[in-house]
Design a protein around this ligand. Structure first.
Ligand code: SF4
Length: 340
């Protein structure tokens, strides 16, 4: 029978404890970790005896790539399949000379945001930390082996399928394992977690390493936000901001507010005025994302002129604002377009 627990779920301390319990030196954990996570040809390989012990106790498999779609702009979308046959989408997004990998945290999503393709699926299940880490390893290997990109390790955004804070324990565990210096050695500022405003999860954020935080704001008005993000009826903006204001941010750290710009809905003068009231005195950066349509979506993408005009309104109000370039929309890999 295949073991249920994955080797990729283990922190280095857990691996040491396992080795200890099997009368082996805990020092072997460094070799095992480096073999699992770093692809250094000079690394001393794991002996057959240890491999067989690990294989009897843990699953050593990574997600399988079931499908790859490539966009004209260099974005690559994977359909990754897990041992139980469930799958998620993972996206590699080029940005200057580096890639960012957008990881999924759940199969489907329970939040049902009205602008999001994933939201139409409902929640199938949470991903385990090993499945989150597995997506990263498979995407990074593809980058190196198939695209010949031996550049810097990709950055990570938790913005794929699922609400990461609805699965906060597994996401936190994945982050901690990915930060292990002997393994992937990711820095906290190389990772961004985006939440739709799931309050019970936001309350746990102070237990996380100091990764970048993004909130899907999309409207400064509760009534409009509720239409876009139904959980806003349980967790309104006042409650979310009370928690965000209590976060222990680093000196130059801003919270990024994602603002999906939808034609005629949230691109008005009154939206800009209210955003100024809401964010003017906070450590905030606004990321405007022009809406990406998907099959059956009821919203319209604003024209480039309207997007630029809205940005100018915010900049005039001294709000730090960027427009996020859409990547991968031709293969339904852009924000809000993922579905397995
Ligand atoms: S936008 Fe995020 S939180 Fe909302 S339904 Fe889509 S995946 Fe879930």
């Amino acid at each position: 029978m295949t073991p249920v627990k994955s080797i990729y779920e283990l922190s280095i301390e857990e691996l040491k404890a396992f080795l200890n319990a099997n009368n082996l030196s805990p020092d072997l954990s460094s070799t095992i970790f480096r073999n699992l996570y770093k692809k250094n040809k000079h690394e001393q390989p794991i002996s057959k005896k240890i491999m067989s012990l690990l294989g009897k106790n843990f699953s050593l498999t990574l997600p399988k790539i079931a499908l790859v779609s490539k966009s004209d702009d260099g974005t690559v979308k994977f359909l990754m399949e897990f041992n139980d046959g469930k799958s998620v989408e993972t996206v590699l997004i080029p940005f200057h000379k580096r890639f960012t990998v957008c990881l999924s945290s759940q199969v489907g999503c329970a939040m049902k945001c009205s602008f999001c393709y994933t939201g139409t699926m409902g929640l199938s299940r949470h991903l385990k930390s090993s499945e989150i880490i597995g997506q990263f390893i498979v995407a990074a290997n593809y980058l190196e082996e198939e695209l010949g990109m031996k550049t810097m390790q990709p950055n990570i955004v938790f913005m794929g399928q699922g609400e990461p804070l609805h699965n906060s324990d597994e996401v936190l565990k994945a982050i901690e394992v990915m930060m292990e210096p002997l393994g992937l050695c990711m820095g906290p500022r190389q990772m961004t977690l985006s939440t739709a405003g799931y309050l019970p999860g936001i309350k746990k954020l102070n237990n996380f390493p100091k990764i970048n935080i993004a909130l899907s704001l999309h409207s400064p008005f509760n009534d409009i936000r509720k239409e876009l993000i139904p959980i806003n009826q349980h967790f309104p903006l006042e409650d979310i901001f009370r928690e965000l204001d209590g976060l222990d941010l680093m000196k130059r750290q801003f919270i990024v507010y994602e603002y999906l710009l939808i034609d005629g809905l949230n691109d008005r003068l009154e939206d800009a005025n209210e955003l100024e009231k809401l964010l003017g005195d906070r450590k905030a950066a606004i990321n405007i994302i022009p809406f990406n349509p998907f099959p059956g979506s009821k919203y319209k993408r604003p024209s480039e002129e309207k997007v630029e005009l809205f940005k100018e309104m915010l900049v005039e109000r001294k709000l730090r604002t960027m427009i996020r370039t859409t990547k991968g929309s031709d293969i339904l890999a852009a924000c809000g377009q993922l579905k397995s």
